[in-house]
Ligand binder design. Structure first.
Ligand code: BEZ
Ligand code: FE
Length: 276
């Protein structure tokens, strides 16, 4: 019987998990134990603080439902979602950079090129247009372009389903022979991520705001290419330097233009897909 103490406990736990038959399970378990024990040794929590930590995780789980994923928010605001994204999308050359998926995607309704996807959203008309290209600059015909964004007050249709007539500000387009797509919608806005749960409380305790800069989400897929999940951020907006989920990349920021015929705003942006 080994008499464990602060100096020998970590190794004893490492020995226990090293029996895992699956090498990946073993690697992950060992790293988890090493980093978790180092964290606890660094912060030396009181028992009350440890109780609070357990209560935080419990509330985070209890907050989750079909429409609310508090653990993803937890991962997002600690930069973990972006780190996983960066590790998994070390893309070649000129391929468009990726960013977080976010919790507000559902398979969107299909629209024809040039349609208006705003649904019941109000606000400034916005024309979105661009091309989907391969790494040689050639057009990708038949690419599926899913886009989704908030309303002018920073809410997604999914957050207002009880009070509104359904999906809006989201659509699926298919690129033409030039790889081009375009549609009309209404300008989105910066918004706070859902902050009425434990993650919101944590942000407050950390002295942080809960906002994301104004953006439009894109998910672009075509056979033979890696599916691209990204956003385009509005260049003139707030929070570009302090996105609560660390999702902004300089290459994804675009200024709005103005359509001379209608005075509507325009967002022009091409996307380059990496090959599989
Ligand atoms: C979003 O952009 O929709 C989003 C991303 C991460 C957390 C919350 C919202
Ligand atoms: Fe978003």
């Amino acid at each position: 019987m080994q008499d464990l103490n602060e100096d020998t406990l970590t190794q004893a736990v490492l020995n226990a998990v090293s029996k895992a038959g699956d090498p990946r399970v073993r690697q992950i378990s060992q790293a988890l134990v090493r980093h978790l024990h180092a964290f606890i040794k660094e912060i030396e929590p009181t028992e009350e603080e440890w109780d609070q930590a357990i209560a935080f995780l419990t509330k985070t789980g209890q907050m989750c439902s079909d429409t609310r994923q508090e653990f993803i928010l937890f991962s997002d605001v600690l930069g973990v979602s972006m780190l996983v994204d960066m590790i998994n999308h070390r893309l070649p050359g000129d391929a468009t950079e990726t960013t977080v998926f976010g919790p507000f995607y559902v398979e969107p309704p299909v629209f024809a090129l040039g349609d208006n996807i705003r649904g019941h959203l109000e606000g400034t008309p916005l024309r979105i247009e661009g091309r989907v290209l391969d790494d040689n600059g050639g057009p990708i015909r038949g690419a599926t372009v899913d886009l989704w964004h908030s309303d002018k007050d920073g809410f997604y249709d999914l957050q207002l389903l009880d009070a509104s007539p359904g999906l809006a500000g989201r659509g699926r387009l298919t690129t033409d022979a030039d790889g081009a797509f375009h549609c009309w919608t209404a300008r989105p806005a910066p918004y706070p991520i859902p902050n009425d749960g434990p993650v919101g409380k944590m942000l407050e305790a950390q002295g942080r705001h809960p906002f994301r800069p104004e953006h439009v989400h894109f998910m672009i897929a075509a056979p033979g290419f890696r599916t691209l999940v990204t956003h385009i951020f509005a260049a003139d907006g707030d929070y570009l330097d302090s996105d609560v989920v660390f999702g902004v990349k300089n290459s994804l920021i675009e200024p709005y233009g103005v359509d001379p015929q209608s005075d509507a705003l325009t967002l022009q942006r091409d996307f380059v897909l990496a090959r599989c």
